[in-house]
Design a protein around this ligand. Sequence first.
Ligand code: AHR
Length: 498
Amino acid sequence: LRARVALNPAAVVAPVNRRTFGSFVEHMGRCVYTGIYEPGHPSADEDGFRTDVLALARELGVTMVRYPGGNFVSGYRWEDGIGPVEKRPRRRDLAWRSIETNEVGIDEFAKWAQKADVEIMYAVNLGTRGVQEALDVHEYVNHAEGTELSERRRANGAEKPYGIKLWCLGNELDGPWQTGHKTAEEYGLLAASTARALKSAEPDLELVACGSSSSVMPTFGSWESTVLEHAYDVVEYVSCHAYYEEHDGDLGSFLASAVDMDHFVNSIVATADAVGARLKSKKKINLSFDEWNVWYLSRFQNAPLPAEWGVAPRVIEDQYNVADAVVVGNLLISLLRHSDRVTAACQAQLVNVIAPIMTEPGGPAWRQTIFHPFARTAALAKGDVLETRVDSPAYETARYGEAPLVDAVATHDPATGDVTLFVVNRSQSESVTLTVDLTAFGTGLSVAESVTLTDDDVRASNTKDEPDRVTLRPTADIPGGAVTADDGGVTLTLPSVS
Ligand code: AHR
């Protein structure tokens, strides 16, 4: 099979947003405890953070981390997590039927974020709480000094405010599973009044209103419309959440998951712009795709949470395979191609819980298959996103209709001249020869690097005992893999499911 793409440095979609490479740390399962934080672990630093995990988070290229939830945040009292650790209460976390020890709170997480060199995206509780508690946590983290809560932060060891700019106004309040679930009308009013209050304290905050928890929610689209009718003037973003899995062995549909992500983004952009038109507003609302990943959600739904209330139980520790990594790479392609409107995104989550990084308590940390496409894309997507229209053969999927076999996005960094093409082949049986026409870039181009993730066994995984079974390898080292360049561009072979 053959496919073709022509790139042009003048056809720019938008600059690559560094916030596209966000991740998510929720107080859930073992993401925090025995994930990022494990005092007593051989690699733990003076603050109890696992330095092996910190090193992998940096290698992953994560730029921003959403914290502290997720469903967890809708029952969370942020002030439980400040002050002397021995005085912090143990609480029930209803979302994940766990005991929260509060050993890690915002002060600890801010230290971790500084070590990991990531921006914090902070979520407030609009499930069981409201405007006052959002103002309180804002005063604690961002107010410089001289007030009750800013002085408490200083007394707790953080003299300077954390300067958190990006705030989520609650989490998934459209979902009946959410503690404090609301109608769109109720949430829209609460989000707008919380946003107004936060902006009275700090006008240049960037605020994210909750959008839909998935594109199959019955209120998908109407939820965003109602919420934005109330909050349009005071928020910058509406959130999107989407998780994908292979249903009933339908690998073809699963490999085309990015078709749904494209649809999700296009639908919410259209919805937000329609509200803007009705309100006669010149402002555009951007999308924060602040939960996305592969998640074998149906397995979780079939195996309810443990009956016992435990600390940091093993919850949704999905083990990823080659096909999952290809889908994750493709979801990143989708996010990048929408860089004009998707200007923040978080892969959910960072460690252990549906995560690219796995750990064993007291033991090693390793990279799941999905680590590799994320890390390479975060490292190489620089400069501008280019319009990338692939002329590709198509195939039929049960879930998404006809889908192209090859999907791609390119970036071009005018500062260095580097062009990077991120590309997937969704075919389960055929390799595809892709011709990349680069004549618009002039002559003298060469291939700096070409790497591919593929395997004869699409179900192959990385495990504690075999952590590097699946990784990116030089394309030329892969059986049948080839990449050649001439003055017109590049030709490369894409193995099936790669
Ligand atoms: O990331 C796991 C969970 O998925 C989050 O807590 C919730 O927001 C979503 O439903």
